[in-house]
Design a protein around this ligand. Sequence first.
Ligand code: CAA
Length: 260
Amino acid sequence: MTFDNLHLDLQDQILTVTMDRESALNAINMATMDSLHRLFGHYVPDHDGISGVILTGAGPKAFAAGADIKEFASFSAQEGKRLSAKGHETYFLIEKSRVPVIAAVNGYALGGGCELAMACHMRIAGEHAKFGQPEVNLGLLPGYGGTQRLVQYIGKAKAIELLLTADLINAQEAHRLGLVNHVVPSGTEVEKAREILLKISEKGPIAVRKVIEAVNAYFTEDTDGFHFEVESFGYACGTDDFREGSKAFLEKRKPHFTGH
Ligand code: CAA
């Protein structure tokens, strides 16, 4: 499988995915979106040797400066709706990924780029990173889930202010608001994300998957997250991994999880 505009590097079961259109500040064009869709729709779920994914942008300036404005500037209403729907579908694949996905935000994360970071399970920001949803400057609104996920992360009052004013916030403010998990020196975002994913890779993979699904259930209409947790807890109790994890604890040794 080849992925236009993405550079893939798999080490120690951690897949680092770099969006590689530096001259356009890694703006997400349709080819990139298609690559992300195939990556998270097929490549990652079908690959047994991936325990976590890091998403980042090429160069020191941008994670991604949004959807590619040059590409959709003359879109009709129908074309715009299709673009938005594809973005939603792709970002849901990321949010629902069975392995954790961390955005290593190395610069601007704007519009569709901020929305992409928000679809990931965690965000690590370099100290010079900037976040924002500037779509209203273009006479648009966010189209890849920004009106929903920003509210989930930072609450309605602040989210609606940022969405209406198009103000950008720096990494420290994003951290204060709860949008970002950690702020680190610029250039070390991937390293920090890797450290977190390596820690998670030592945990039971079924438990990791079920935690992601249960947290997502909180935000899924018509799903009772508490009920989902009861079902998932029961399911996890029936796995070999739970036998091994509890046995290892009692024998005062490290567990060897198999994902069964
Ligand atoms: N789409 C296409 N090209 C983009 C881009 C984008 N979103 N953002 C930057 N670029 C391009 C610029 O056009 C420029 O290309 P050229 O050299 O060919 O002119 C190159 O990247 C470098 O950008 P700048 O010269 O503008 O760099 P700067 O340092 O002066 O400014 C910036 C940086 C503040 C991020 C500025 O580029 C900017 O405001 N970009 C647009 C941000 C934006 O509006 N994003 C939302 C897009 S709409 C969206 O994402 C909708 C959605 O939710 C689905």
